[in-house]
Write a protein that binds this ligand. Structure first.
Ligand SMILES: Nc1ncnc2c1ncn2[C@@H]1O[C@H](COP(=O)(O)OP(=O)(O)O)[C@@H](O)[C@H]1O
Ligand code: SF4
Ligand SMILES: [Mg+2]
Length: 369
């Protein structure tokens, strides 16, 4: 049995402008010791999906299941979920300042976590807090333990957050953009730390990021999210070398060190912006931004389906392009171009979005996103 098994998770909010469907049928599973990266631009539903699993989206309409060790987190009583949170499931947020209390010393806050979940004397909790600070690489921990959050640098605060999340040896750690607020060197250190702790404790890790580069050598499974749905799921290698979905290809093209994109090569951001979750485009949600849009994409939403030929983690993708068109190589590019030529009729809906396939457009089609 997987440690975490999420099936058809749906989360929506009632807003002034109508029902906002933030997560639209998300499924994945994660074993102990595995790392799952959830990747997508801002607003794709990454935070809502994971926060919902641990009961942090009050007021949301929720359906589906999220079984942790067999027990459904979504229907669990609030008290039971609270006990699980922190102890079995740790959470690290993007901005430690919003999750650390400004008026309490960090050591006190760490001790609080320890004492809330077990009978630990305050001196033992303090000793353990110092030990944890040492463990996450904070120098002079016996002094830092008495600091207030504002006395620490951003990187140190993030380390404290990780220490807190790891304090009770959780079996699952969810890190939501844990390094976004940090500079690049500190980012690398914090990721390295999480990886080390994960290896030591054998815990499962979900790391959420908008930057594929961050997870380049960390994730076992990568789930690419767009507009509330998974659009591609694959193991890391497959995703980098043999991705199917144009959105994934677009994300990869905007990452400096990804496979197939040499250092110094020009980075290509994905054109346009993510759609409003209040009213998604018909058909494939990505179609207004997709260089490969075909007529069918404007009317029929592609389901997440297996891509044949993969090994290890099942490779799935939600896109109408031929399943054999994988990765940025010339052969795949030719297959895509052929499909687009056949699938974009003169004066049809895809042309209305992306224009006719001319010789010039042909060249653009050779450059995924
Ligand atoms: N409490 C809420 N009420 C209404 N809308 C929300 C709420 N929380 C998040 N959203 C909306 O849900 C969508 C997904 O948000 P989020 O999961 O934070 O995206 P991501 O983490 O991928 O950047 C966004 O459009 C956001 O505005
Ligand atoms: S080719 Fe069509 S289905 Fe595939 S991502 Fe582009 S618009 Fe969506
Ligand atoms: Mg987020």
């Amino acid at each position: 049995m997987a440690l975490l098994e999420v099936e058809d998770l749906r989360v929506s909010f009632a807003t002034e402008d109508g029902e906002l469907e933030a997560v639209r049928g998300l499924s994945f599973s994660l074993d102990a010791g595995q790392t799952l990266a959830i990747v997508g631009e801002s607003g794709s539903g990454k935070s809502v999906a994971t926060q919902t699993m641990v009961g942090l989206t009050a007021g949301a309409r929720i359906s589906g299941t999220a079984r942790f060790d067999g027990a459904d987190l979504l229907t669990m009583r609030a008290g039971a979920l609270r006990r699980l949170r922190g102890k079995e499931i740790g959470f690290v947020f993007q901005d430690p300042l919003t999750s650390l209390h400004p008026q309490y010393r960090v050591g006190w806050q760490l001790a609080e976590v320890l004492q809330a979940h077990g009978s630990v004397s305050s001196s033992a909790a303090r000793a353990r807090a110092i030990e944890l600070l040492t463990h996450v690489g904070i120098s002079q921990p016996d002094r830092r333990v008495d600091d207030y959050p504002h006395q620490l640098s951003g990187g140190m605060r993030q380390r404290v957050m990780i220490a807190m999340a790891m304090a009770l040896d959780p079996r699952l750690l969810i890190a939501d953009e844990p390094t976004t607020a940090l500079d690049v060197t500190v980012q690398a250190q914090v990721l390295e730390l999480m990886k080390r702790l994960q290896a030591e404790h054998g815990s499962a890790l979900i790391i959420i990021t908008h930057d594929l580069g961050v997870v380049a050598d960390m994730a076992d499974i990568v789930l690419v999210m767009y507009a509330g749905r998974a659009v591609e799921v694959a193991d890391r290698r497959t995703l980098y070398y043999r991705s199917h979905h144009p959105y994934t290809l677009g994300l990869l093209a905007s990452v400096p060190l990804a496979a197939g994109h040499g250092a110094g090569e020009r980075l290509v951001p994905i054109a346009g912006a993510p759609p409003s979750l209040l009213s998604l485009p018909a058909g494939c949600s990505f179609h207004p931004r997709c260089p490969f849009v075909m007529d069918v994409c404007t009317t029929t939403r592609p389901e997440l389906e297996p891509v044949p030929g993969g090994t290890g983690v099942a490779h799935t993708s939600a896109c109408h392009l031929p399943a054999q068109a994988l990765g940025p190589g010339a052969e795949a590019t030719a297959l895509r171009r052929e499909a687009v030529h056949a699938g974009r009729s003169a004066g049809g809906p895809a042309e209305a979005v992306a224009g006719p396939v001319t010789d010039a457009a042909d060249a653009a089609l050779g450059q995924p996103a």
